[in-house]
Design a protein around this ligand. Sequence first.
Ligand code: THG
Length: 369
Amino acid sequence: MALQLSIGARVRKSPFFDAARADGMAAASVYNHMYMPTSYGDPAAEYERVINGVAMWDVGIERQVALKGPDAVALARYLTPRNLDGLKIGQGKYVPICNYEGKLINDPVLLRITDDEIWLSIADSDIALWAGGIAGARGMDVYVYEPDVSPLAIQGPKAIDVVADMFGNWVRTLSYFGFAEAELEGIPLILARSGWSKQGGYELYLRDGRYGARLWQLVKQAGAGYGIGPGTPNYIERVESGLISYGADTDDATTPYELGMDKFMDVDQKEDFVGKAALRSLRKAGLKRRFMGLLIDGEPFPAFNEARWELHQNGDYVGYVSAAAYSRRAQSNIAVSMVSTTAIESGQPVDVASDWGHRKATIVPLPII
Ligand code: THG
């Protein structure tokens, strides 16, 4: 018998949930205590849209943690190893957040909304608790809360035309992670050039959940002439592009160095931040494992993997695969994986214990495409 997952009121719905259901949402996961749509039942069409067309994604699960008050910027600086010198209103940045041991606990997009307000657009862990606890313990004058804000992503090479039709040509010159306040029919939004794909696109941060269904319809209408259709953060595209999925790719011991996030950190800055001492000694110690791509032999995988697969080399455990799929663009099965540096340096293939039998794989740099 198929196992059913019981879900109660603790698991929340995004303001786009009913509209997404009506448009064929076929499967969901749970992310930030919410339903996250993961399929509309046609993976080939959903991939095609994000690679060559345009797709709309209900990513209301990207919750915002607002830091509001005189110490908002000081708290943000204490929470991340990224250097936030000169951070401007309207500017976003991808920021690692670590614990005091230098282990990664989230990788949000940070947005400076006003002088005294910052949003952390978080991945799947409870940063409102972490940030609120730290602010309280340090006696900072800042209020930490989750506002009524829900992103809707428009991704793919034609997203720029859809969004320009809706808001005007100014959106074409917005820089990556740049954003501005905007509105549609009086619906308050933040429009950002961002999204979890390397195909280009925008995110509309809806600032009033009552208008979820209406905003969904407006985007659908604007995109109709460009062949827009529903989609989800795309499993195959993110493996091709090597985008990090916190919680899927990471474990309790993962450091930002292992993920190649060096360019998003400044551990030598004057500012103090959580994990500074630990990160400095981790940098000195060097890497024992690293986030890498794999090209995997054999028949195309018939489905996506839903668990970690073990990696071995000459009989020794050398790491795990966290996502794997057949890629049409790579003409191969591909994966993202965490692999020991000794296995990488050996230059030898690894053995993947896949759900469809043992397969040989070559370790390659990310991104794969
Ligand atoms: N959009 C918004 N919020 C989010 C995500 C998003 N919150 C959760 C999750 N995604 C956060 N994680 C990421 C991971 C990667 C990127 C963005 C958010 C990303 N990375 C590019 C890269 O790695 O090449 C660019 C990074 C850069 O150059 O700064 O885009 O998608 N609102």
